[in-house]
Design a protein. Structure first.
Length: 243
């Protein structure tokens, strides 16, 4: 099977990264998210394949703040969020925080989902390695903590817990698991923002989806949710992505 067949059958509504970001820009235009007044923050996996998003976001809204950890979950904690929110431009009134949250998945040249052929390697490896590893060990008891604190795998444990919480039963495959991860990213992102309550000082827009790496082409984005909150007394409401 070619990668295009896998892509069409699994991610029919996905857009090239450029087109997706153009649609985000258009959806936010009525809300004053101009390049000068917008602060972008991205929650993407640590994998080097995800990083192509950064220059494309920077080209539109300047360099983004990094929220993400394994699987694309926001993993910066209260201190990290405090720093991020303190950097939002506020000249001329309210700030405008634009958040992206994307787990990722790859398709290799033979059409295998969850697999990518990386540069100067002769065989594909899992994408996302973190989600693939968590899925593979879903039925295993959590491993004992290693003696080295820095290797205690706190991010992977949290990823496992939050993604599993989105599942009704065993996931069909890595594609289904990645969709559950996207739901976890969205739920967690809004929960963390609710706890921090920055609405008094800034409008906040959150876009979630799945970042898809395909052979020899720009990344695609499958749009999943888009919402904005514009004040302390209003709830977040969905945004239309005119794609
Ligand atoms: Zn990853």
């Amino acid at each position: 099977m070619s990668w295009r067949e896998t892509f069409q059958s699994r991610f029919g509504g996905a857009l090239p990264l450029d087109a997706y970001l153009d649609a985000v820009d258009a959806a936010l235009a009525p809300y004053g998210f101009t390049p000068e007044r917008t602060f972008a923050a991205v929650s993407i996996c640590r994998d080097e394949l995800t990083q192509s998003l950064i220059p494309e976001v920077a080209r539109r809204w300047d360099h983004p703040f990094n929220l993400g950890g394994l699987g694309g979950l926001p993993s910066l904690g209260r201190t990290g969020w405090g720093t991020c929110l303190a950097h939002v431009p506020h000249e001329g009134g309210r700030g405008h925080l634009l958040v992206f949250g994307f787990p990722h998945v790859g398709i290799d040249p033979d059409g295998r989902l969850g697999s990518s052929l990386r540069r100067h390697q002769d065989a594909p490896t899992p994408t996302c390695g973190a989600l693939a590893s968590v899925l593979e060990t879903l039925d295993d008891p959590p491993p004992a903590d290693p003696t080295t604190e820095a290797l205690a795998d706190a991010e992977a444990r949290r990823l496992r817990r939050l993604v599993t919480a989105e599942l009704d039963g065993p996931p069909a495959d890595l594609g289904a698991f990645t969709r559950a991860a996207a739901a976890a990213v969205e739920r967690e992102m809004w929960a963390e923002l609710e706890a921090l309550a920055p609405w008094g000082a800034m409008d906040v827009a959150v876009f979630t989806g799945i970042q898809i790496h395909v052979p020899a082409c720009a990344d695609r984005i499958l749009p999943l949710t888009a919402a904005i909150r514009t004040g302390a007394d209003t709830a977040a409401h969905p945004l239309e992505l005119g794609t």
